[in-house]
Design a protein. Structure first.
Length: 132
């Protein structure tokens, strides 16, 4: 089992990770700095009962801090004048959507398809019972 699957399979790791980032890593301006140290990762892995090597810690630290950096960039975007969308197509509802018309494009081939069925009844395929 890979180290990544160990971490994704253990919800305690993510609980402790979020607690660590939100509560312990606050700078003076009370903004999460979103940066984990190798000691943070080792402590979280210990609490989640996951064995990690120094190489695993270094790799995860780089990956997680990269993710936290992306989150910080997203938080920095000013969205004060943007209305929330319930669906991504809401923004283009007034425009003609580039979806094809829903119409039949092939001829009915039911009889040809049913001819290949080993068992059929009333135009339906019959299959053996899986559960008794």
């Amino acid at each position: 089992m890979s180290i990544a699957s160990n971490f994704t399979a253990n919800p305690r790791f993510f609980e402790e990770l979020s607690r660590s980032v939100i509560s312990a890593n606050l700078d003076q301006a009370s903004q999460p700095r979103m940066k984990l140290t190798s000691d943070d990762l080792k402590r979280i892995a210990h609490l989640a009962r996951i064995a990690v090597t120094e190489d695993d810690v270094a790799l995860m630290q780089t990956q997680l801090n990269g993710i936290f950096g992306l989150i910080s960039e997203l938080k920095a975007v000013d969205t004060s004048g943007v209305e929330p969308l319930s669906h991504p197509l809401d923004i283009v509802q007034d425009m003609a959507q580039r979806l094809r018309e829903d119409r039949i494009t092939e001829a009915d081939q039911r009889e040809a398809n049913m001819a290949n069925a080993p068992a059929q009844e009333n135009g339906l395929f019959l299959v053996p019972k899986v559960l008794e």
